[in-house]
Design a protein around this ligand. Structure first.
Ligand SMILES: Cc1cc2nc3c(=O)[nH]c(=O)nc-3n(C[C@H](O)[C@H](O)[C@H](O)COP(=O)(O)OP(=O)(O)OC[C@H]3O[C@@H](n4cnc5c(N)ncnc54)[C@H](O)[C@@H]3O)c2cc1C
Length: 478
């Protein structure tokens, strides 16, 4: 415990992990008058959602998208003073491109200013990637989905794919609609995903509030929000941030005097604390939790992981006019124009190629591709981009590289819910956070922030600390 905390009798907290879950928990505990130390093994904050430099480019490790219904993530962005660094579409509008032969078909999944479910009806009625009968199938599936009770534990035992087929869906409706959205949000195909998680995503995003699915992205590199703005706010909140600092052991003592926990660092240093929040991924929690700290601790490893691949291509000219699109009937999934965020326009490349454009392909559920050599990925994706984007046919590729996140999310397979622990452990003052914990959300930024709130709420409950009111909507409690 720091001398200052000792002198003021202030409660102390150590948060292990500077991803979005850890940032949230650290800020909340600091707001509740704890003296907080945040430990992060890497040289930067932001965890799985970060940026790095590649020559003159600033590159995001992976394109990150959130929806208007991600109230907790948006609350964190606001708390970081970064609201003007993210953008949300005024209305959901996803261009969906399919190319057969020389025929380019562009569909739009967009919402009208109408109540649910009519907000999507017009868009579906004219969606060119589904035959009229299949559009009716989708309506039938959506109505059945809307009737599901998300609190029913039986949903997690079924796969979304088997449920879809039992409710009138066929391979085409699954590919052109359910997987188009589901693969990107859940990081698994319908047959491999828990119905509980899929139903949660589709009900919350598309079937409850008309504006819920409006798409948001950072208007700057992720690191500007998740590292720069976060570090500034943590420092302002008096949190001690220690980067490149790894926790290797948690010791809990049953002392009647002094803080009950001690966090041992790689260099042997011991930090004592009243509250410890483990906000790393599940392997980190499994390594640090004292024995028998949570139910089913021996099963944590069963919560598998799933990869996401991003393919980055810099062209010598503009090949895409839209900020993003989704591709259908193609190995390409979602394509984003990263030119404005990456600093490409101000780089030396832009002096010789003033119209140069940087595209990032976000490829989810790619177990079979994540370890392929760059040359193979290049041979797979460049011709496919030429097929989808005619302007790419005559363009020169100035740079091609990939970012591989092998453990991007937990594996959202059926049966996952039972493996996700709640924030509180059996040990008072020792809490878990992370997008993999029991938030009900898939592994997303929203889940991470919600888990950070849950850990802070659990730590503060019953301590006499000023506990802000939890409004149950994930917004930043005030
Ligand atoms: C390529 C990619 C694309 C994605 N796309 C999206 C998207 O579009 N939308 C979306 O919402 N989500 C997306 N996600 C998921 C999202 O990034 C994560 O769910 C979220 O960032 C997880 O945050 P977290 O705080 O729970 O964990 P993490 O980000 O994993 O942070 C944990 C931190 O703890 C640190 N740590 C672990 N152990 C220790 C230790 N012993 N000592 C010190 N530090 C430690 C780690 O270094 C890490 O920084 C994507 C993820 C990836 C990888």
């Amino acid at each position: 415990m720091s001398r200052q905390a000792e002198e003021t009798n202030q409660r102390t907290a150590v948060v292990v992990g500077g991803g979005l879950a850890g940032l949230t928990a650290a800020l909340r505990l600091a707001e509740a008058d704890h003296r907080v130390t945040l430990l992060e093994a890497r040289p930067r904050l932001g965890g799985l959602a970060f940026s790095f430099r590649r020559g003159e480019l600033t590159v995001d490790n992976g394109q990150h998208v959130f929806l208007r219904c991600c109230t907790a993530y948006r609350g964190l962005v606001e708390r970081l003073g970064a609201t003007d660094q993210v953008e949300i579409q005024p209305r959901l509008d996803v261009p969906v491109l399919a190319v057969r032969g020389d025929r380019h078909r562009l569909g739009r999944l967009r919402r009208a200013a109408l109540p649910v479910p009519l907000h999507l009806a017009a868009s579906l009625a004219s969606y060119p990637h589904l035959a009229p009968l299949d559009r009716l199938r989708v309506v039938r599936g959506a109505l059945a989905l809307q009737r599901l009770d998300l609190a029913d534990p039986a949903l997690d035992q079924l796969s979304f794919g088997s449920w879809l087929r039992a409710h009138g869906q066929n391979e085409r409706t699954i590919a052109a609609l359910w997987d188009l959205v589901g693969v990107a949000t859940l990081n698994a195909r319908a047959d491999e995903v828990s119905l509980a998680l899929a139903a949660m995503v589709f009900k919350t995003g598309l079937l409850m509030d008309p504006g819920a699915s409006d798409i948001g992205t950072a208007a700057v590199p992720l690191g500007v929000v998740h590292h720069d703005a976060a570090l500034a706010q943590l420092e302002r909140a008096d949190v001690t941030v220690r980067l490149r600092t790894k926790a290797v052991e948690i010791k809990t003592v049953s002392a009647t005097v002094g803080p009950p926990h001690a966090v041992r660092l790689e260099n042997g240093e011991l930090l004592s604390a009243d509250v410890v929040v483990l906000a790393g991924a599940q392997e980190s929690a499994a390594a640090l939790l004292p024995p028998e700290a949570i139910d089913g601790q021996h099963r944590l490893a069963e919560l598998g992981t799933a990869p996401i691949l991003n393919v980055h291509v810099v062209y010598d000219r503009k090949v895409l006019r839209r900020p993003f699109f989704a591709a259908l009937d193609s190995p390409v999934q979602w394509v984003f124009d990263r030119t404005p965020h990456s600093g490409l326009a101000g780089s030396t490349v832009a002096r010789t190629h003033p119209g140069a454009q940087y595209l990032a392909l976000s490829q989810s559920a790619v177990r079979d591709e994540i370890d392929l050599p760059v040359s193979e990925l290049r041979a797979r994706y460049l011709p496919e981009l030429m097929r989808l984007l005619p302007a790419a046919r005559g363009a020169e590729v100035l740079d091609f590289f990939v970012t591989r996140e092998r453990t991007a999310t937990f594996d959202p397979a059926p049966g996952t819910a039972a493996l996700r622990p709640v924030a509180a452990t059996r040990i008072p003052g020792l809490l878990l956070a992370g997008s993999w914990t029991a938030t009900g959300w898939p592994a997303t930024m929203e889940s991470a922030v919600r888990s950070g709130h849950a850990a802070a709420d659990a730590a503060l409950r019953g301590t006499g600390s000023r506990v802000p009111v939890d409004r149950g909507d994930g917004r930043w409690p005030r």
